[in-house]
Ligand binder design. Structure first.
Ligand SMILES: Cc1cc2nc3c(=O)[nH]c(=O)nc-3n(C[C@H](O)[C@H](O)[C@H](O)COP(=O)(O)O)c2cc1C
Length: 195
C-alpha cells in the first residue's frame, strides 16, 4: 500500500501526551469542527454513528466548571477540611480557563453488544480527535471518572436516557508537555506460529 504521510502519523501517535496545563489562547471554532469532522471517520460496526459532541464555551463552560467543582466536593470525606475550599476554587478556575471543553457522548442501544461496540467507536472518535488536534499543535486531555453520571451534567446537556457520557475532552494549546513512559510493545506482544 502507498505509504501515507511519510510516517508522520506514527510521530503524532507517539508524541501525543495528555496535557494538564494549557495556554489561555482560544482554539478556533473552525479547527474544532474540522477535527470533529475527521474524527467521525473511525471504524464503526454497522455504521451506527453513535456519537454526539457537546462543545462547551462561554456560559455553558462556567456551568460545567460549577458542576465539576460541586461533584469534586461531594466526593470528599470532609469538604470543610483546611485547604479544600482553595483546591475546589482551583478546579473551578482551571476548568473555566480551559479554551474548549467537549463532552463526548454515545448512544445507549437496547442490544448489549451494540452498546459496547458503540462506546468503543465513540472513544475511537475521541482518540482520532486527540491525534488530529496534536497534529495541529493542539493539546487534549480525555477524562472519564464518575462525574460522567452526574445528574447536573446530564441536565446541562439535556441528555436523554438513551445517551451516555463516554468522557470529557479538555482542549487547548499546551503550556507544557509532560513526559510519560510506556513499556515497549515487544514485551506485550505474543507472536504465534513463528519458527
Ligand atoms: C478511557 C480513558 C479514561 C481516562 N480518564 C482519565 C481521568 O478520569 N482522569 C485523568 O486524569 N486522566 C484520565 N485519562 C488519561 C490518562 O490518565 C492518560 O492517558 C495517561 O496518564 C497516559 O498519559 P498520556 O496520555 O500522556 O500518554 C483517561 C484515559 C483514557 C484512555
Amino acid at each position: 500500500m502507498e505509504e501515507r504521510a511519510n510516517g508522520r502519523v506514527l510521530d503524532v501517535i507517539r508524541s501525543r501526551r495528555s496535557i494538564p496545563r494549557m495556554k489561555p489562547d482560544p482554539v478556533p471554532r473552525p479547527l474544532i469542527q474540522q477535527l470533529l469532522d475527521a474524527a467521525v471517520w473511525v471504524p464503526n460496526h454497522r455504521l451506527t454513528e453513535p456519537w454526539q459532541f457537546f462543545v462547551l464555551d462561554g456560559e455553558s463552560k462556567h456551568r460545567f466548571a460549577e458542576i465539576r467543582r460541586e461533584w469534586r466536593r461531594s466526593q470528599l470525606p470532609d469538604p470543610h477540611a483546611p485547604g479544600v475550599a482553595a483546591a475546589l476554587e482551583r478546579v473551578y478556575q482551571e476548568t473555566v480557563a480551559t479554551p474548549a471543553i467537549i463532552v463526548v457522548t454515545s448512544h445507549v442501544s437496547d442490544d448489549p453488544e451494540t452498546r459496547e461496540e458503540d462506546a468503543w467507536a465513540t472513544f475511537g472518535a475521541a482518540y482520532a480527535f486527540m491525534l488530529g488536534a496534536w497534529a495541529h499543535g493542539v493539546g487534549t486531555y480525555f477524562r472519564t471518572g464518575a462525574m460522567r453520571d452526574a445528574p447536573a451534567l446530564r441536565a446541562l446537556l439535556g441528555l436523554p436516557e438513551t445517551r451516555r457520557i463516554v468522557g470529557v475532552l479538555y482542549v487547548g494549546y499546551p503550556a507544557e508537555v509532560p513526559q510519560r513512559r510506556r513499556t515497549p510493545a515487544t514485551e506485550k506482544t505474543v507472536w504465534l506460529d513463528r519458527p
